[in-house]
Design a protein around this ligand. Structure first.
Ligand code: GRF
Length: 191
């Protein structure tokens, strides 16, 4: 599930060749204008839009997501830049079958604006984390992390680009293992 440009989604789809343990069946976006939708179509994957604005409550939105996921017989759900908070009801349904990528070295910097906050905190290392999704935001069991340095003149955008390159390496590696029911921690380092 995506909300935006879908570069992580593309890295996952491109990693899923014939010998991959998983198959991509559906990309759902909550934003009708998500740039990732066209990229998924180009890669031959079905897409759906479930616009959260069309629903009066979060559970109703999630029921519509769930209906799409059920229709496609989804076993494993990857959040890739999906910018809606999910309720405990939804995360319980997907417990042990739902992954997320977050642009920080969790448990540091949960939530938004992670790059800016890491710079402001004077960190010298930053990165990204793939974790299982649980009811608490950015908090489930960690499956992999990739580290990058924070350099003295970094702006949040420069740092975000450095982290994003590692996101594209880390997420496919974790998905491949996870789909083989291997939860061994993966640690990548940029230097
Ligand atoms: C990534 O940095 C992801 O970790 C964060 O939002 C960004 C999404 O990028 N949650 P993309 O849509 O995968 O290009």
């Amino acid at each position: 599930m995506i909300s935006g440009g879908g570069s992580n989604m593309v890295s996952l789809l491109n990693s899923m060749g014939p010998s991959h343990p998983a198959q991509a069946v559906l990309v759902i976006a909550n934003e009708p204008n998500a740039g990732g939708l066209a990229k998924a179509i180009n890669l031959g994957v079905d897409t759906a839009v479930v616009d959260h604005r069309a629903f009066a409550s979060r559970p109703e939105f999630e029921a519509a997501l769930q209906a799409r996921l059920d229709d496609a017989n989804v076993d494993l759900l990857c959040l890739a830049g999906f910018m809606r908070i999910l309720t405990a009801g939804f995360t319980k349904t997907w417990e042990g079958r739902c992954l997320n990528i977050h642009p920080s070295l969790l448990p540091k910097f949960k939530g938004l604006n992670t790059h800016q906050r890491a710079i402001q905190a004077g960190e010298t290392r930053h990165g990204c984390t793939v974790h299982e999704v649980t009811a608490d935001l950015d908090d489930g069991p960690i499956l992999g992390q990739a580290e990058v340095p924070i350099l003295p003149d970094d702006t949040p955008d420069v740092l975000a680009n450095r982290v994003l390159k590692m996101e594209h390496k880390l997420y496919p590696r974790v998905l491949d293992r996870f789909a083989r029911e291997d939860r061994t921690l993966i640690a990548l380092n940029m230097d």
